[in-house]
Structures are given as structure tokens and as C-alpha cells.
Design a protein around this ligand. Structure first.
Ligand code: SF4
Ligand code: SF4
Length: 88
């Protein structure tokens, strides 16, 4: 059995056409999912660590981030992540 590969619970998508590499999502992600690339652009380095908190979605000034439940998680057992209402 393969225990090292756990199913990904969330799918993170960055719209590169809208992203201006400000780094806000990198700074706010509490799970350190992102790393900065050579130009400061967010690199999704640890997608399996995403808790689905939506902070990156809420904080991105250009609406360039989308985080959704992975299909397997959406139809399966409880996800466990609580929604965070940061700011407004
Ligand atoms: S917060 Fe939005 S615009 Fe800024 S780096 Fe992240 S995805 Fe790009
Ligand atoms: S939803 Fe939360 S944990 Fe996932 S990448 Fe965005 S800020 Fe990080």
C-alpha cells in the first residue's frame, strides 16, 4: 500500500494573466503553500498542505487565486478545514 501519497484535498489555481507577482498570497498563507519564484511570483510548492482557508483568495488584490475542493474531497468525508472570515 502506498501511504506516502495522500489525496489532495484542494486544488489551487493561479491565473497568471491576472497575477502581478505582488507576493501577498505567499505572505498570508498560514500553511506556507507558496514559495516565491525568481521574480517574486507565487509557486505552488506545497499544494498538499493547503487547508482551504481561502486567505489567499481573499487577500489577492487581482482576484487571481482560486482554491476549490478537490473532487475526491468534495464527495467524500469531511474536509476539516474551517472557513476563515478575514477582514471583511
Ligand atoms: S496575491 Fe494575487 S496578484 Fe499577488 S502574487 Fe498572489 S496571486 Fe499574484
Ligand atoms: S487556501 Fe489557505 S492554506 Fe490554501 S493556499 Fe490559500 S492561504 Fe494557503
Amino acid at each position: 500500500m502506498d501511504k506516502s501519497e495522500k489525496p489532495r484535498r484542494f486544488v489551487i489555481d493561479i491565473n497568471r494573466k491576472w497575477c502581478k507577482d505582488c507576493g501577498i498570497c505567499i505572505a498570508y498563507c498560514p500553511a506556507h503553500v507558496f514559495e516565491a519564484g525568481g521574480r517574486g511570483e507565487p509557486v505552488i510548492a506545497r499544494p498538499d498542505d493547503c487547508t482551504g482557508c481561502q486567505l489567499c483568495v481573499l487577500r489577492c488584490p487581482d482576484l487571481a487565486v482560486d482554491v476549490e475542493e478537490a473532487p475526491a474531497a468534495a464527495g467524500g468525508e469531511g474536509v476539516g478545514a474551517e472557513p476563515v472570515h478575514a477582514g471583511q
